[in-house]
Design a protein. Structure first.
Length: 242
């Protein structure tokens, strides 16, 4: 039996690959975008679109309450097309705000709607320096400096809020560097993950994930993904049929 799912961030790289997987699995999906022009694209993928900004706490709450979700998925980012280096400094700050303030608004809306599970996107390269490969129990790099400090600070804020969202079960997916359709990258440095496999991890977390953190990346020497493979049944080689 499918779930009612509220997907925040449906027009992003992962969101566009996740909606078809959720729909094919029989779930009823309400999916957000900030841009009205993208609503029909979301509808074409099989979801019910809603135009809302995560920083509009009251509007977001209203949208989530209307959707009556059992599960909320957080795939919100704000990155420039093609990861344009000239625009990344501003994007890092915007992303950090989404991960902090935006996550807080989404958690409160999910609680108000009585959601049972919250699945959120995080980063697999935010670990503090130390012996590798890192597993999910290793500390994040709270002592980072510069732009990395902004990114990691946002990640720490997101994870704290998601994992502390009781009575909602919080699930954090720490993704490797994305590559593939819609990411602006044909390949990525380790730890890397194809966007289809990243989206599939969220689908698997809907169906069998439990409270906690999961590294999601292709085999590499920096992080271990044994937990995602064992508990979610995740496969790094998963690809959508084109």
């Amino acid at each position: 039996m499918g779930y009612r799912i509220f997907l925040a961030g449906a027009s992003g790289a992962i969101g566009r690959r996740l909606v078809p997987q959720l729909v094919a699995a029989g779930h009823q999906v309400t999916a957000t975008t900030r841009q009205a022009a993208k609503a029909e694209d979301i509808r074409a993928l099989g979801a019910d679109p809603v135009v809302v900004d995560v920083f509009d706490a009251s509007g977001l709450r209203e949208a989530v309450l209307a959707a009556k979700p059992e599960i909320v998925i957080h795939q919100l980012t704000d990155l420039p097309a093609g990861l344009d280096p000239s625009k990344m400094a501003e994007a890092i700050a915007r992303n950090a705000r989404i991960r902090d303030e935006g996550t807080r608004n989404l958690v409160e809306a999910a609680k108000a709607a009585g959601a049972k599970r919250l699945i959120a996107q995080s980063l697999a390269w935010a670990y503090a320096p130390g012996p590798e490969p890192h597993d999910e129990t290793d500390p994040l790099d709270s002592g980072a400096e510069g732009g990395r400090a902004v990114s990691v600070g946002g990640v720490i804020a997101l994870e704290k809020q998601v994992l502390g969202a009781s009575p909602i079960a919080g699930i954090v997916l720490r993704y490797g560097h994305l590559y593939g359709p819609g990411t602006g990258a044909a390949a990525a440095s380790d730890p890397a993950v194809h966007v289809d496999a990243a989206a599939n991890a969220a689908l698997l977390a809907v169906e069998r994930g439990t409270q906690g953190v999961f590294n999601v990346a292709e085999p590499n020497g920096h992080i271990t993904t044994d937990k995602a493979v064992a508990e979610l049944g995740w496969r790094a080689g998963f690809r959508l049929a084109e």
